[in-house]
Write a new protein. Structure first.
Length: 70
């Protein structure tokens, strides 16, 4: 398991309980493919207690080597 920090770029509601989240991550995720999952947790918080699984939809590499996903 790899633990990394990400920055949330946007959080768009798509329906009653479905969201599209954009975030930046390190280049270590360059080999991730759509359909794989990452486990998200907010730093320094215990609510929710467990990490939340989020499916990868798309990865875009920016000019500075940081990945942007949605």
């Amino acid at each position: 398991m790899h633990i990394d920090n990400a920055t949330i770029l946007w959080n768009q509601p798509l329906g009653a309980s479905c969201y599209r989240i954009g975030m930046t991550t390190s280049a270590q995720y360059a080999y991730a493919t759509p359909g794989q999952f990452v486990m998200l947790r907010l730093p320094n918080q215990t609510d929710p207690l467990l990490r939340r699984p989020v499916s990868i939809h798309r990865l875009i590499e920016s000019e500075n080597g940081i990945l942007q996903g949605s």
